[in-house]
Design a protein around this ligand. Structure first.
Ligand code: F6P
Length: 287
């Protein structure tokens, strides 16, 4: 299918895939601070603002797109249609630009106006700017991995599922700010000699490793931040939808992230995703 496909979901996915190569190239020279803050109070990098504008222009003008919303802007852009509603984190983990480490682009395509619960997602995915650029996309209950070259998608794996034996774990937030129950859970994960620590400071890089090797990623509730750090519409829901489509589980600590009702576009959510048995055990420990 092409970027002019009449299916708006496919058209949004194809447009993000085409834009990814350009975004990657545009990072050069845009690593400085933008002297602005995003709606969550984080200092923006020039590349955050630029990638957001590029995706806003392209995605909001696609036929069938009702809204474009992003982690980098307070207001929703009205696309003028009423079929799908797109939420984007244009550059997830952009603080990694300074050290030239991995980062990503995350997207969720909802069938309800934003803010919407994850149960209203019809597709989600991410671009990973690693040594090569890849796209991982969930739709209709299946996950597909692509390599991107010059905007073209080449399938590298269909029906992607989490490996059965968990290998990697990564947990965000300052350790002194973790709740005691979460700390107890981390000790249990670390005590298994099969498990290895992997934390890179960009959620997409860390979740992509969990999808590749099996395991768990979490940015939990913290003593000084009861809702954690990650944003429900732009990060939590799209990641949860994809990990669940790949046979894993998501949780805010007690239920699937996809069941969390949003109250505001920029709501945060404690995020835990990974192999089902690890998330089940987490919920038992936090209970
Ligand atoms: O969007 C926020 C983000 O950059 C995530 O990609 C990442 O998981 C997290 O923040 C890293 O936060 P910290 O710097 O607290 O480890």
């Amino acid at each position: 299918m092409s970027a002019t496909d009449p299916d708006p979901v496919e058209n949004v996915v194809a447009t993000i895939a085409r834009s990814a190569t350009e975004i990657r190239q545009g990072l050069v020279g845009r690593r400085g601070k933008a002297d602005e803050q995003n709606p969550s109070g984080e200092t923006q990098i020039e590349a955050d603002v630029w990638a957001d504008q590029l995706l806003a222009d392209r995605l909001s003008s696609i036929d069938g797109v009702g809204e474009y919303a992003s982690e980098e802007r307070s207001e929703i852009i009205d696309g003028g249609d009423e079929t799908v509603y797109v939420a984007v984190d244009p550059l997830d983990g952009s603080s990694n630009l300074r050290s030239n480490n991995t980062m990503g682009t995350v997207f969720g395509i909802y069938e309800e106006p934003l803010p919407a619960p994850g149960s209203a997602l019809v597709a989600s995915g991410w671009i990973l700017y690693g040594p090569i650029t890849t796209m991982t996309c969930a739709r209709d209950g299946t996950v597909t991995k692509y390599e991107l070259t010059g905007g073209e998608r080449t399938v590298v794996e269909r029906n992607v599922t989490l490996p059965e034996d968990p290998l990697v774990y990564g947990f965000g937030g300052r350790v002194p700010h973790w709740h005691d129950e979460f700390r107890e859970y981390v000790r249990e994960i670390e005590s298994n000699p099969e498990h290895k620590l992997r934390y890179g400071g960009a959620m997409i890089g860390d979740v992509n490793q969990v999808l590749t090797y099996g395991g768990i990623f979490a940015y939990p509730a913290l003593e000084d931040s009861p809702r954690g750090k990650l944003r429900l519409q732009f990060e939590g829901n799209p990641i949860a939808y994809l990990v669940e489509a790949a046979g894993g589980r998501s949780s805010d600590g007690s239920r699937s992230i996809l069941e969390v009702e949003p109250t505001d576009l920029h709501d945060r959510v404690p995020l835990h995703v990974g192999n089902t048995e690890l998330i089940d055990r987490l919920e038992e420990t936090l209970d």
